[in-house]
Write a protein that binds this ligand. Sequence first.
Ligand code: 7RM
Length: 630
Amino acid sequence: MIDFAYRTSNDYLEAKEKATDNPEAFWNEVAITFDWHKPWVKVLEYDFHKPSVKWFLGGKLNITENCLDRHLKTQPNQTAIIFEPNDLSEAAQRISYKELHSRVCQAANMLKANGAKKGDRICIYMPMVPELAIAVLACARIGAIHSVVFAGFSASALATRINDADCKMLLTADGGYRGNKVTPLKAIADEALTQCASITHCIVLKRTGQNIAWNTIDLWWHEEIEKVTNNCPAEIMDSEDPLFILYTSGSTGTPKGMVHSCGGYMVYTAFSFQNVFQYQKGDVYWCTADIGWITGHSYIIYGPLAVGATTLMFEGVPSYPDYDRFWEVCAKHKVNQFYTAPTAIRALQKHPSELVSKHDLSSLKVLGSVGEPINEEAWHWYDEHVGKKKCPIVDTWWQTETGGILITSLAGVTPQKPTYATLPMPGVQVVLLDNEGNEIEAEAEGILAIKHPWPSIARTIWGNHERYKNVYFSAYPGYYFPGDGALRDAQGNYRITGRVDDVVIVSGHNLGTAPIENALNEHESVVESAVVGFPHDVKGNALYAFVITNDIIDDEEALVDALRAIVAKTIGPIAKPDCIQVVSGLPKTRSGKIMRRILRKIAADQLDNMGDISTLLNPEIVEEIIKNKP
Ligand code: 7RM
């Protein structure tokens, strides 16, 4: 079934050459290994200036037939999903491909019976339980466009996303377990829905059994599912039909609803999953991300299931009931590939190493990292304590926008280098640009850009193609611009140095500073604010907010508390600034732009190298802010 797995560095080099010289022939060969109802008439049509990208034009398919139906012939009893609940007292579940197929089809019929059809947007706001994966696949089965919203987001963040995509159905749960907390998902959803007119049906999964309010549009999942059969032929989709929308924060305004298509996304997530993790039949693979993020979409659900893998879903958090939960789960389910984020590694690294060594981790073959640059210390701790120096580490660079991993080593196949994501995947043409947009060669540091499309690139921003063009294709015409900087060594390995725009990665979460500033500005005492990131040894980055108030503040502590609460409410607790400083002014250019570069230095305590501040409108403010730093 899988004809595209490279096992040696030479295989990789050959594939890379082929994919660069003739991308269409290369991707044609990969795509042909999947089940299509109708083959494509053309592999690729694109124009980065428009911008427009289309893959496998005219091809007809349904991604769930590739993730489910085709495995029924070869491995119906193979475990598709292992579910590890939050609480150790609750038994783990193993769901076979046959059972998953049946449950997805039944859920798909439940959606249809409640009026959902191809092209409708369905919002999913659910905890990390199997029904979340089932809900995602059920949408894909009927051609409805899913928009998963992370269950840690607030009511107002949920409402914004529902309204942006004009969703007509919401799938949620009464509540969700995460560590020793119970999140009242239904109550949060109810609050959101007071601002959402488009939702006509809200289907509620019973997870916690807590008391909830009940509205006229509400339906119980367990009652609705009883009314339908498990026979649901897949909707036949065009390769370029949207599969899902997933929101990611931008540096201005509303979050961006990245739109991914059916054909290209399927081909690339399966291809990259297989090659990066070197998955072998029967292996148990675990990605610790939440399905609310792109990592969960591509590498818990679609990529692994498309190649017939066993994928583990974990409901809880790494610290519950203790800081060894990850290792306990690895030992319990004999995990072979383990994929997590540097922020989790750094948090666990702070605890005694016996918490790792007391568990039998001998099943581990491959370790992965994603979400932010992994620092040297965390890399070596991961290598020594978790991998026992026997497991290759894949440091995978990619984005919500890219759909799949673009720069990484292939486990045990291509060389690794600590803190380097290393080499682009075959077919991914990465370059470094200088500030003027010229390509720079050899060993260098610059702006990361990609000069040829890969199959899983997001096709647009929902409802705003102009913004898609502006953000990703305008700064450096002819290239895809991801917003990251990188350096390249003599062997061509890339090390991602971080964002070059106003997005800060906090604990692996991509947070735009602008929406946080907007939230702070809602407070009646706040006139203006500026939020920047600064290095944090566990979270990677933390947020520092500078606020100007309209009056003398008597109780600064109360103001700071109120501001943190506003941010938690409008965006989510993850976006709460670690530090909030009241200032009398912000360093500004003569055209009135806040000089965040200077604020970043102040926040990071890099005071000796402030750069040129003479161009500021108000250079004296810099001293004052430094002097009053809390
Ligand atoms: C998958 C994901 C995307 C941003 C991206 C980078 C940063 C992600 C790495 C990384 C260094 C990595 N999607 N990033 N992976 N930086 N090394 N291996 O995280 O849309 O949420 O974030 O994350 O800045 O642009 S995302």
